[in-house]
Design a protein around this ligand. Structure first.
Ligand code: SAM
Length: 235
């Protein structure tokens, strides 16, 4: 059953979906997001949000994920052991860096990240760039199809558009190609349009289950996942 209200702890999700335990991201991978959040919180004590967004390049166009969501992304991607990760919504590259840090010990794993912003990914650390392919300057619905011709993600982090049509258009492109063991992570799960698009386009009949990961991020992290049915042992 698909339940948009279900909430599970990160520990329980990683255990139940993958039989794994939570792995913490290295402090250096998480630090940029912690610094941004602290700076934003400090400035917002004195200034209204719209001025903060104008003053600081870190907030000028959009938001990076909350450190708690970054921690969850890292743990889930580590546990899922994907071969290919897709991300829509690179922005400066902070969540991209967390995704890459989670896969860098696996051989041949790559993170493809898509953003229409021409400067997307500008803050990705040099050390992580070998794991990342940045596709920028076009909407995701234009830049993903050529990549999907040769590459299929087993993990997809959706963080570009958060309106119903935007989420739907990306899911229609990516989800049907994903393998039997697959994970789709949604930032802004708090937004009913994101949840509705996920419920409409990730049917239980295709094995998808949806839940929210409990955490401190007010924008919330949603997750859809499916696992291949285990072969019954011969009697
Ligand atoms: C919330 S930010 C992503 C933050 C990033 N995931 C992080 O945590 O650091 C959203 C990004 O989506 C991009 N975006 C918006 N609409 C898009 C579209 N149709 N295709 C690709 N990228 C899009 C914006 O340019 C922006 O950089």
């Amino acid at each position: 059953m698909i339940d948009d209200q279900a909430v599970v702890s990160l520990t329980a999700f990683v255990r139940d979906a993958f039989g794994a335990t939570v792995t913490e991201p290295p402090a250096d991978a998480l630090a940029p997001m912690v610094r941004l959040l602290e700076r934003e919180t400090r400035l917002r004590r004195w200034l209204p949000a719209w001025i903060v967004r104008r003053l600081d390049a870190g907030f000028a166009r959009s938001n990076t994920v909350h450190p708690d969501t970054a921690r969850a992304l890292f743990a889930i991607v580590r546990a899922a052991q994907p071969r290919i990760v897709f991300e829509t919504g690179t922005y400066w590259g902070f969540s991209t860096s967390i995704l890459a840090a989670a896969v860098r010990e696996a051989q041949g794993t790559a993170v493809h990240t898509f953003d229409l912003y021409p400067k997307a990914g500008a803050h990705i650390a040099q050390a992580l760039r070998p794991w990342i392919v940045v596709h920028r300057g076009q909407p995701s619905v234009a830049s993903m199809p050529p990549v999907l011709e040769t590459t299929v993600p087993d993990v997809f982090f959706q963080d570009s558009r958060h309106d119903y049509d935007g989420v739907r258009d990306e899911l229609i492109l990516v989800a049907p190609r994903m393998p039997a063991n697959a994970v789709i992570l949604f930032h802004d799960w708090v937004d009913a349009q994101v949840r509705r698009a996920a419920m409409d386009h990730l049917p239980a009949a295709d094995g998808w289950r949806l839940t929210r990961i409990a955490g401190e991020d007010p924008q919330q992290l949603g997750v859809a996942w499916r696992r291949a049915a285990r072969a019954e042992s011969a009697l």
